[in-house]
Design a protein around this ligand. Structure first.
Ligand code: F6P
Length: 547
C-alpha cells in the first residue's frame, strides 16, 4: 500500500499521531538546512497577485503530504462544497453558512431550504448603495444638513470587521467620518458623542440579533443624545439586523433597515449590511472592489489544488504549529500600519470560531482547540514583545503580512525600511545567532574569559523559530477582500480538520447570563447571598467605593 493510502486508512486520529511522530523526528532539524534552490518556490503559494511563503517553517515534503492526507481523511472537499451550496453545516444551530453568497456578485443561484438567496442579497446590496449615494451626495441629510459623521454602534462581529476595514482603507475614504462604539463602558460612547454634532450625524445600530445588551444600551444613549438637539432623532438612525421587527420597535423606519439572514454568522458579516459604515466611507464602487477580492479568494479556494490552495496551506501550517508542534499561540504581525486592527478582528474570527473543546458529534476533542491569536503592527511590536518571540522559552509561530507598495509615494524610503524590517525579523527568527557568533561579537568588543562567556550567552538566539509571510501588491479594497476571505477559509479548513463547528459560539453565553443576574446585585437592588466569596467581596468593595 502506498504511503498516502495507508495514511487515509489510518483515519483522522491516527493521522494526527503520524504527524506527531514526524514532528518528533524533525523538531531539532534546522529550518535553514531545508533550503535548496527550489524550496522558496515549492513551499509558497500564489493566489491572484498575492504570495504566501511558508518556506521558513519546519514543514518538508513528507510532512506536507501527511497534512494533505488529513484533508482527505476529514472530507474537506465535500464539506467545502456543502458550505458553498448552502447546506446547514452549522448543525448545532441548524443553519447554513453562506457569507460567501454576500460577495457572489455574478454567480448563483445558491439555495437555502430550496430557495435561491442570491436575488435577496443583490437587492440588499443595491439598497445599501442607493442609501450610501444619498448620504455621500447630501441628498439624505440630518437636521443640520449633509451628514459629516457616522457612528456605528455594534460589538463583536457587528463592529470589528467594519472598524478594522475603515482604518485599513483610509486612503480610499472620501465620505463622512466614521466612529465605532462597541464597549458598554460609557467612556467609549462619551468620547465619540463629544466629537460629533447630533444635527449632522447618522447613527447606525448594527446588531444581528438586536438584543445584545451593550449595543442596545449604547443605542439608547445615542438616541437620548440625539433627542436633545434633533426634533426627529429616529430619522437619523439606521439599523443593520436580521431582526427587523425589533428595529421597528426601536423606531427605525424600514427604508433605513438593512436586513440579512441567519445564515450569515456575526463574525463573517462585514460583506453585507454590517459593512454599511465602510461603504458610506469609501463609496459603493470601492466596496464592490472589496467584495470582488473576497469573491476571487472564494474561486481560488474552490478550484486550486491542495498544494496551490492558499487558505488550505495557511490552515495546514496552522494545524502543524498548534495541534502537532504544540505551539499554543499565533502572532499576527502586519507590517502595514493600517492593518492595526487586523489582529483584533482575527481574534474573534479564529478564537470564537475554533476555540471549542467538543467535536461535532458531542465527544471531547482529542487534541487542542484553535490557538490564541494576538499581535500588533510592525515595527511597533519589535520594540515591545519581539524580545520574547526571539529569546523566550516558548516558540511563537509568527505570521507576517507586508505590501509591496504603500500609499505614501513621497515617503518611499519609509516603506523600504518597513519592508526590510519585516524580512529581517523572519530571517532572524529562522537563523538565530550561535554561541560562537555571539562570542566573536563580544570578543571584538574587548570582553574576555568568564565575562566574555556570560555576556555572549545573553546574545545567543536559538533561531529555528517558524514564520510565514503573506505579501501583496498594495492594501487596496480588492486586496483587503482577498485577505479577509483567505482567513475565513483558513478557519473553515482548520475547523473541519479538528471536527468542530466553527459557526456557533456557546462559550459566550454563560458570562452573559451571569452578568444579567449580577446587575441588580451591583446596583444594590438584590443581595449577593449565594454568590461565591470572591464575588461577594468584590461587589462589597465596589459598592463601598461608589459603583
Ligand atoms: O459575542 C457573541 C456574539 O454573539 C458574537 O458572535 C457577535 O458577533 C456579537 O455577539 C454581536 O452580536 P449581535 O450582532 O447580535 O449584536
Amino acid at each position: 500500500m502506498c504511503a498516502a493510502k495507508r495514511h487515509r486508512a489510518l483515519g483522522g486520529k491516527l493521522m494526527f499521531e503520524h504527524l506527531i511522530d514526524l514532528h518528533s523526528q524533525t523538531k531539532d532539524r534546522p529550518i535553514l538546512d531545508l533550503f535548496d534552490a527550489k524550496r522558496a518556490e515549492d513551499f509558497s503559494v500564489r493566489a491572484g497577485d498575492m504570495l504566501f511563503d511558508y518556506s521558513k517553517t519546519n514543514i518538508d515534503s513528507a510532512t506536507r503530504d501527511a497534512l494533505i492526507d488529513l484533508l482527505e481523511t476529514r472530507g474537506v472537499a465535500e464539506k467545502r462544497q456543502a458550505m458553498f451550496d448552502g447546506a446547514a453545516i452549522n448543525d448545532t444551530e441548524g443553519r447554513a453558512v453562506l457569507h460567501t453568497a454576500l460577495r457572489n456578485l455574478d454567480g448563483g443561484p445558491v439555495t437555502v431550504d430550496g430557495e435561491d438567496v442570491i436575488a435577496g442579497v443583490r437587492d440588499t446590496l443595491a439598497k445599501m448603495e442607493s442609501f450610501a449615494r444619498d448620504v455621500r451626495s447630501g441628498t439624505y441629510t440630518g437636521q443640520g444638513g449633509k451628514i459629516t459623521d457616522v457612528i456605528n454602534i455594534g460589538i463583536g462581529g457587528s463592529d470589528l470587521g467594519p472598524a478594522m476595514a475603515y482604518i485599513a482603507l483610509k486612503p480610499y475614504s472620501d465620505g463622512p467620518r466614521c466612529h465605532f462604539v462597541s464597549n458598554v463602558d460609557g467612556a467609549d460612547i462619551a468620547e465619540v458623542l463629544t466629537a460629533c454634532d447630533p444635527e449632522t450625524t447618522l447613527v447606525i445600530v448594527a446588531s444581528k440579533t438586536f438584543t445584545t445588551i451593550e449595543t442596545m444600551t449604547n443605542a439608547r444613549t445615542a438616541k437620548a443624545w440625539m433627542s436633545e438637539k434633533v426634533t426627529d432623532p429616529a430619522a437619523q438612525f439606521a439599523a443593520l439586523s436580521t431582526a427587523e421587527d425589533k428595529t421597528a420597535d426601536f423606531g427605525i423606519a424600514a427604508e433605513r433597515v438593512f436586513g440579512f439572514e441567519d445564515w450569515v454568522g456575526g463574525r463573517y458579516s462585514m460583506w453585507g449590511p454590517i459593512g454599511l459604515s465602510l461603504m458610506l466611507a469609501i463609496g459603493g464602487d470601492a466596496f464592490r472592489a472589496f467584495l470582488r477580492g473576497g469573491q476571487a479568494m472564494d474561486t481560488h479556494f474552490l478550484n486550486a489544488d491542495w498544494h496551490e490552495n492558499m487558505p488550505v496551506m495557511l490552515a495546514l501550517v496552522g494545524i502543524w504549529h498548534n495541534q502537532i508542534c504544540g505551539h499554543a499561540t499565533r502572532a499576527v504581525l502586519p507590517y502595514d500600519n493600517r492593518l492595526a486592527r487586523l489582529p483584533a478582528y482575527l481574534q474573534q474570527l479564529e478564537m470564537e470560531s475554533n476555540g471549542k473543546s467538543v467535536a461535532m458529534d458531542g465527544t471531547s476533542l482529542p487534541y487542542n482547540s484553535g490557538p490564541v491569536v494576538w499581535g500588533e503592527p510592525g515595527t511597533n511590536g519589535q520594540h515591545a514583545f519581539y524580545q520574547l518571540i526571539h529569546q523566550g522559552t516558548r516558540v511563537i509561530p509568527c505570521e507576517f503580512l507586508v505590501a509591496a507598495e504603500a500609499h505614501e509615494p513621497e515617503l518611499k524610503h519609509h516603506h523600504q525600511l518597513l519592508v526590510a524590517n519585516c524580512l529581517a525579523q523572519s530571517e532572524a527568527l529562522m537563523k538565530g545567532r550561535t554561541l560562537e557568533e555571539a562570542t566573536a561579537l563580544m570578543a571584538a568588543k574587548g570582553f574576555e574569559g568568564v565575562e566574555l562567556d556570560r555576556q555572549a550567552r545573553h546574545r545567543v538566539f536559538s533561531g529555528n523559530r517558524p514564520s510565514t509571510t503573506l505579501a501583496y501588491p498594495k492594501l487596496d479594497p480588492f486586496a483587503l477582500g482577498q485577505i479577509i476571505a483567505l482567513y475565513e477559509h483558513r478557519v473553515f479548513v482548520e475547523g473541519v480538520i479538528l471536527g468542530l463547528n466553527s459557526y456557533d459560539q456557546w462559550g459566550v453565553e454563560l458570562g452573559k447570563e451571569l452578568a444579567t443576574a449580577l446587575q441588580p446585585i451591583v446596583e444594590g437592588r438584590e443581595s449577593a447571598d449565594g454568590k461565591d466569596g470572591s464575588t461577594v467581596a468584590l461587589v462589597g468593595f465596589l459598592r463601598a467605593n461608589g459603583v
